[in-house]
Write a protein that binds this ligand. Structure first.
Ligand code: 5GP
Ligand code: MN
Length: 338
């Protein structure tokens, strides 16, 4: 099979259009959403590989930097956490895995009007905020999957660090090939990369088996605290700043925790509400099947995907808990979920 045959028919035109759009960019800031996860980091890394192969001047930007659990990950460029002293005068920005300017980080959001922008994303409800070109594909499991197709359309082989970047994004956003978005296309693409030397098992091990003692303690305490709401259809856990301090854990140590709450029999929606500051809380929602937590998150100004969504409630913890549980209950009522 020719590598370009790996690009599904429905994504081919978009991938070719993006490869051409990349050709028009230079002095590019490559960025994804704030608090980047594996898909954000993987998509940024893959994009940097592609742009670099085209001889472009590039820099990566992420707020507040990559999480510690990705220290092992081979980023092809330095990740800048501020735009105060860029290595060149940015003219363009490539915006990845992010549906809204607000989630790009304050400095980049403020600079957007002066930049030529291209936007590649897979979030439902994303408008496409690129001024020059947009490719928004909610059918894609990960933005890194779309980046793989752009790389193929640009003539790059999916090997080495580029393949690792794509695999990182796919593993993250499919929950290790388990979520409903694990399409045949995702598996074909991954099989191709494995065939050409990408070590998926090693990547997963580096992602999974790196817990700190603080993280283990935190999860233990929070599992005790999680409680059932709405007759058992919702499992909810609040997390206070004090919890992190006491356990010696970081915010990023909560990554993956909400998925544990969804495992409980009878639970349709798992919800974690994390205190960010005394007047602001970040929530993470998970569901499975047809239960739409993106719609619940949207009631509070958040977003995401049908089975994984999040947002921020600007209230202290007690009030935020009530708002969040009300929004989930209203959504479940509307969807007719018992
Ligand atoms: P997480 O719960 O892991 O932070 O995020 C789950 C999903 O919801 C991701 O796709 C993420 O992009 C999206 N998401 C998380 N927080 C926000 C937010 O504040 N606004 C929007 N629009 N999406 C969010
Ligand atoms: Mn993503």
């Amino acid at each position: 099979m020719q590598p370009t045959e790996l690009i599904p028919q429905c994504f081919r035109q978009g991938a070719e259009r993006m490869a051409r759009a990349f050709g028009e960019l230079d002095q590019v800031i490559v960025a994804a959403h704030v608090n980047p996860d594996g898909d954000a980091a993987g998509a940024v890394a893959a994009a940097c590989h592609v742009l670099r192969s085209m001889g472009k001047e590039i820099m990566a930007y992420a707020q507040p930097g990559l999480p510690g659990y990705l220290d092992f990950f081979p980023m092809p460029v330095v990740v800048h956490t501020t735009l105060e002293h860029p290595p060149f005068t940015p003219r363009c920005a490539l915006l990845l895995d992010c549906g809204e300017p607000d989630r790009l980080g304050r400095e980049l959001a403020a600079r957007l009007p002066g930049l030529v922008t291209v936007n590649i994303d897979h979030h439902l409800g994303s408008d496409g905020m690129g001024s020059a070109a947009n490719w928004v594909e909610p059918r894609a499991a990960a933005t890194a999957q779309l980046m793989a197709y752009v790389a193929l359309a640009a003539g790059l082989p999916l090997t080495g660090d580029l393949a690792t970047a794509v695999a990182l994004g796919i593993i993250t956003d499919t929950g290790g090939f388990c979520h409903g978005n694990t399409s045949a296309d995702v598996l074909y693409l991954t099989a191709h990369m494995v065939e050409h030397g990408c070590d998926i098992a090693l990547l997963r091990e580096r992602l999974e088996n790196t817990w700190s003692r603080g993280r283990l303690t935190l999860w233990g305490q929070l599992l005790q605290r999680a409680r059932l709401e709405r007759g058992g259809s919702v499992c909810f856990c609040p997390v206070y700043l004090e919890d992190l301090r006491k356990c010696g854990a970081l915010k990023e140590d909560l990554e993956g925790f909400v998925e544990q709450l969804r495992r409980l029999r009878g639970v349709h929606v798992a919800a974690v509400l994390r205190e960010d500051s005394p007047g602001s809380c970040k929530f993470s929602l998970r569901s499975y099947g047809s239960v739409d937590v993106r719609a619940a998150a949207a009631r509070l100004g958040g977003g995401g995907h049908r089975n994984a969504a999040g947002g921020t409630v600007r209230s202290p913890m007690d009030a935020a808990s009530v708002h969040l549980l009300d929004a989930i209950a209203a959504e479940l009522d509307e969807e007719g979920v018992a």
